[in-house]
Design a protein around this ligand. Structure first.
Ligand code: ADP
Ligand code: MG
Length: 191
């Protein structure tokens, strides 16, 4: 199995969106035979009605880059498991979502199967995907369109708004507690 560079897009527009994004990154960083090599900022993005009906709540979106030995289908299974673990309502897939994970690129592989299409067929039309992609790897080339993601973003007409969220100090996304408990949360031995 050869190591490939993979980009996964994530988005949440239901519940504690930032917490879902944090947990997604934590889970993906634990994958076997894989290493996280890039994480974009978080972006607050206007919901887009292209087939789905995600409601009016804005999304938090971002992109993560991995070097991985996991095969594409194995990665799709992982994405579905993580979506499920974080409470995605699979009976109403097109509605608001706690978490949506999309495999954007799998190296320069082109996959066209009933339940797995890579590169993701709508990524080049979406500002909320291209903006974080360009942040972490502007020169990455789309293997079908043969253009860099920066070039695709520069020529994009998608009117939907995308605003970078300033991350709080501390960890990249700011909201996860550290591992060591503060003194107020220490459990004291009653003996
Ligand atoms: P969307 O992301 O388009 O809003 P869903 O998250 O409901 O829609 O995706 C539904 C299905 O899309 C998944 O179960 C998966 O089989 C399929 N799919 C096809 N290509 C991909 C891909 N590149 N990444 C993730 N899912 C994909
Ligand atoms: Mg999806």
């Amino acid at each position: 199995m050869s190591r490939e560079t993979v980009f996964i897009g994530f988005g949440s527009n239901l519940g504690d969106r930032k917490d879902f994004c944090d947990r997604t990154l934590a889970l993906l960083s634990l994958l076997p035979s894989s290493e996280v090599t890039g994480v974009s900022s978080l972006y607050e993005t206007e919901p887009v009605e292209d087939g789905a009906h995600p409601g009016r709540e804005w999304f938090l979106n971002g992109v993560i880059r991995l070097e991985t030995d996991l095969a594409p289908r194995r990665l799709l299974d992982v994405c579905r498991e993580v979506e499920k673990a974080l409470g995605r309502d699979l009976d109403h897939r097109n509605g608001p979502r706690t978490l949506d994970l999309d495999i954007l690129f799998y190296g320069s592989r082109i996959i066209d199967e009933p339940d797995l299409v890579v590169p993701h067929p709508r990524l080049h039309l979406r500002r909320f995907v291209l903006t974080p992609l360009v942040e972490i790897d502007p020169e990455w080339k789309h293997p079908v369109l043969l253009k860099t993601v920066k070039n695709l973003l520069d020529h994009l007409t998608d009117p939907a708004q995308v605003r970078r969220v300033e991350s709080a100090s501390g960890s990249r996304y700011g909201s996860r507690p550290t591992c060591s408990p503060s003194s107020s949360t220490l459990v004291r031995n009653p003996a």
